[in-house]
Design a protein around this ligand. Sequence first.
Ligand code: GLU
Length: 424
Amino acid sequence: MIVRNHERIHADEENLCQKCISELEDLYSYLDLSTEELDLLDMPRRSFTVHFPVHMDSGKTKMFVGHRVQYNDARGPTKGGIRFHPELTLDDVRDLAFLMSLKCAVVNIPFGGSKGGVVVNPKELSRTELERLTRSYIRAIADYIGPSRDIPAPDVYTDEKIMAWILDEYERIKGEHVPAVVTGKPIELGGSKARSYSTSLGGILVLEEALKTKGMDKSDVNIAIQGFGNVGENAARILHERGYRVVAVSDSKGGIMNKDGLDIPNVIKHKNDSGSVIDFEGSENISNEELLTCECDILVPAALSEQLNKDNARDVKAKIVLELANAPTTIDADNVFSEKKIMLIPDILANAGGVVVSYFEWIQNLNNDYWEENRVLEKLGKTMVNSFKDVFSLCEEENCSMRKAAYQLAVKRILHAERLRGNL
Ligand code: GLU
């Protein structure tokens, strides 16, 4: 994305990631980076758009648009999900690819960052159309991905079934098995144990470290979760299993609240039966907006970006915000939270558990050696707790927000790798 060149090139565009720009500009002056360093972080290494045909069930062919951005690969092959979303833009993908570069650096795994996606509402496609769309997109980008080049994974509105089609299409093109080309696969096709819930669990492990620093106990806290997709639902389930009180959850149709705590296993059943969490017996229906500002101690945005913004930030009552979604908080909201001393655990740390277990999956695929769930969980736990400690101690040392500390740690690691390569 980012900063000065971005401003130069895209000054007339409306949907810039103002937040990333401001944050990085801020960081650049804070870290006293040189012009060369700035320029190096300023733009993606590779960014492209593809147009590809898909045969629809109607018998007609429709053209679709897809993007992929490989932001920085100084620390390893680029890594990042593929999302299917009707409003996706190349700018969004670039911002998210930049965040992936920081995320992999902050948890210290040997990957760069990327992101991709197709401009489509997957809910409007049949299963066969979805499969043909996925395969056609992969044919269009196949030359640019690979286990030591760029490795896709699930993201918003994509899942393990789609990862299986990606694997199959790529292997057909290459004429050999290449399981490490994509992560988040079904276990039967080389997926890792625990990958399906690793983003949520990673966030909860980090949250538990944060609670310790605040001397808060699980019995003291009420939790509200926005989003009931893979990440939000698993977060609610795991928190409930660990004895936390989840008082509100929501999906795209609306939310529900019960101050005494929701019976999450039954909410999940209700959502599977009815298509939404709303109208759950014994709870009150609330809007998504009400969920974000409800009486709670921990707020977990686990849906789309920019949900916490200048219009609602002042009304947020939580003491801790755990960003399980990517970029759910705008810069204005960030400033309000700092002012109100709300502890914000930034996305690049809070939701990194997914890419950490993707890394474990990639290692298992390359070695053809598959691990027990406990081994994955133990390694995930260590990585998340150490990363939290790294970020938190920097935040204390520098008396800055956790977001700034996480960005600082990540940018320093990326620049160090660039320096070792002789690029600086
Ligand atoms: N899409 C996820 C993310 O934003 C996972 C990426 C991955 O596993 O490569 O972190």
